[in-house]
Design a protein around this ligand. Structure first.
Ligand code: HSE
Length: 405
């Protein structure tokens, strides 16, 4: 038996424990000795829970047990997950995690410690929930020069945007619904302000370029400023509004990385990615476009990704599954130099001045448009040009970038 421990018995951790029990027969086809969860570390007790006997509050018991070869870190946050992960890896215990915050902040350091101790640090569940994404990039696409990765990387905000689009809900009502369904946290800031997908695009960018893209260096916007009126115009343009993480490699070797809401055309596959689903495009110079699609959040989809990592570790005991992810910082391009077209809503009084600043633009009308405003899409312009023009206007009510072709 491969003996393991789960750190954090929340949504994902409990999913891991249940999945290992329910799918033990399937697991044994690949890992014949089977996988057994010996310990569950949590601050809480779980009286009446079928796994209550395995709950411990003492991490040292797990580290000093001697039989534990894999730990699943499903606690989230940096503290104490960082110290716990390091302590396990330093003892040669592999760690599998869903904790994107920790991976984005300390990924290359933890990979280095794992390699020095002949064990692995795996993080499939940290990006895209249940979608196999990290392993395909790290094992099936290593022959590719991956030039872009972009997509919908946050299930909660995609659910909120879908409800705003389909049911005409305002942001606050859609958020409340997402919270009631257990998608959004009580404090939803990391999702709705884009920090969560920003960390995920930082991780993806890092593993495709082999250096570190710091999420703190990525321009990041969320969806809390998106209104039902924006969806009216989006519909009129046959587009949908999606929160995207985008990352492209430039000819000069730098990368352009961003997290923001984008208008996505109807004929783009990301347009139809709805609810809590994620959709991620990876572009390789030989394979061309690949799209990965699936549930980006939720107990069992995320647990499935964690357990897939546990099985990889079980098949590679005493060895390190390597990633090309160095601690050296990747050079990011100046975001002001990127070019986009922008959808704009502005008070009628300034529409003439806006047309002069942005160039000739066709007006967009839609049913139920708010009174007193004009909407249009700018020509392609650099962010620097856009900001200079926008700064000389006082009444821009909204602006959303359009996803490039
Ligand atoms: N809050 C995240 C999301 C969970 O909604 O996508 C999965 O990373």
């Amino acid at each position: 038996m491969i003996q393991m421990a789960v750190l954090g018995f929340g949504t994902v951790g409990s999913g891991v424990v249940e999945l290992i029990d329910r799918n033990q027969d399937v697991i044994r086809k690949t890992v014949p000795e089977g996988i057994y969860v010996k310990y569950i570390l949590d601050l809480r007790d779980f009286p009446g829970n079928p796994y209550e006997e395995r709950v411990t509050h003492d991490y040292n018991k797990i580290l000093e047990d001697g039989e534990i070869s894999v730990v699943c870190e499903t606690m989230g946050g940096k503290k104490p997950a960082y110290e716990f992960t390091k302590a396990a890896l330093e003892r040669g215990i592999s760690v599998c995690t869903s904790n994107k915050e920790l991976v984005a902040a300390h990924g290359p350091e933890l990979l280095r410690i794992a390699a020095a101790n002949n064990c692995s640090y795996l993080f499939e569940a940290s990006v895209g929930g249940g979608i196999p994404l990290i392993r395909p990039i790290n094992s099936c696409l290593t022959q590719e020069n991956i030039t872009a990765v972009f997509g919908i990387l946050n299930g909660t905000t995609n659910y909120i945007l879908t409800r705003m689009e389909k049911a005409g809900l305002g942001f606050a009502d859609a958020l409340r619904e997402a919270q009631e369904k257990g998608y959004a946290e009580r404090n939803p800031e990391a999702d709705v302000e884009g920090h969560d997908p920003c960390r995920k695009i930082a991780i993806l960018s890092s593993i495709i370029c082999g250096k570190t893209v710091r999420y703190e260096d990525i321009p990041c916007e969320g969806i809390s400023r998106i209104t039902p009126a924006d969806f009216g115009y989006a519909r009129a343009m046959n587009m949908a509004i999606k929160l995207l993480g985008t990352s492209r490699r430039n000819a000069d070797g730098s990368m352009s990385v961003r997290t923001a809401p984008f208008l996505v055309r109807e004929d783009h596959p990301l347009h139809s990615v709805q609810d809590v689903f994620n959709g991620v495009f990876v572009h390789g110079n030989m394979v061309d476009d690949l799209m990965f699609y699936g549930r980006g959040a939720g107990k069992f989809p995320t647990a499935s990704a964690v357990v897939s990592d546990v099985m990889e570790c079980a098949k590679n005991l005493g060895r390190t599954i390597r990633f090309l992810w160095d601690e050296e910082l990747m050079t990011l391009s100046d975001p002001a130099g990127e070019s986009y077209r922008h959808f704009i809503r502005i008070d009628n009084a300034e529409a003439g001045k806006a047309r002069e600043l942005f160039g000739q633009t066709a007006e967009i009308s839609c049913e139920g448009a708010p009174e007193g405003e004009t909407a249009f899409v700018t020509p392609l312009m650099t962010e620097k040009e856009f900001t200079a023009a926008a700064d000389s206007l006082d009444s821009i009510r909204q602006n959303v970038r359009l996803l490039h072709d």
